[in-house]
Design a protein around this ligand. Sequence first.
Ligand code: AVI
Length: 319
Amino acid sequence: MTLAVRFHDQHEAETRASFRDAVIAGLSAEPKSLSPKFFYDRRGSQLFERICRQPEYYLTRTEEHILAEAAAEIAAIVGPESLLVELGSGASRKVRLLLEAVRPSRYLGVDISRDFLLESTRRLAADYPWLEVHAVWADFSQRLSLPEGVESRRAVAFFPGSSIGNFEPPAARAFLADLRRVLPGGSGVLIGVDLIKDRAVLEAAYNDAAGVTAEFNLNLLERLRHELGAEVDVAGFRHLAFYHEAASRIEMHLVSQREQVIRLGEQQFPLASGEMLHTENSCKYSVEGFQALARQAGYVPTAVWTDTRRMFSVHYLSS
Ligand code: AVI
């Protein structure tokens, strides 16, 4: 019986400094931008969990429905794996839909949000005493590696939630190709991908009526204040999310409501009224479009599951 979580710290030591450097680079760029990976401090992770429960945010419940329906088929393809690696494990909720069917002996949750990762993997270890649970604190978008001692014959990387959509297509391709190199031979990837659909449905998902996505977006500025001591008037910005059809992506921005300055130590970053700070892209794919991208990254798309309304897709890619 395994109740303890094995913790692996793969986070770069200079986190705050690299956060600061990235913020300075992003605010100095034209147009200004901040990476979406900085959304996920503790509060950001909690807000993201709330987004997932908003009625407009169809992604989570549709993916969970697909996973629950397809669990036996997924288990048959995946086989009795010894290692299931969840990238961006967050609350580790979706993987619960697979654990009983797949019965891996080891689970490895990888997330950038340390406390959140520890809490959720501890809960998982308590609920699945037969499972060996590992927590890897890492920014997997920067550095991908399996911790020592977790080497395995075959692994399945589980990358749910359409987080691959937060990479631009060339970066998504490069990320998947890197992942393929890190996983032992014969491994696979089970990945959730949001599908192209009606603009109104997409835009509603990123503009929920309760304002949780707006809070999530604005929390990035709160992080600048609390963690970097930046002087920034959060109330002086507004959340904006829209579908850029030609690029098949939702774009999120923070729009400056007036002429103002963000101060970070000695540095000053003036913003015009209406100037946009780009915080996230969320790329949407057709099933065929994503399969083509996966092939370019060296995989063989072996199976795909969608819901009846073709809102969301879950792909199994063999390496
Ligand atoms: C984590 N990621 C897949 C979410 C998305 O839909 O792109 C993040 C998010 N941003 C706004 N709402 C949710």
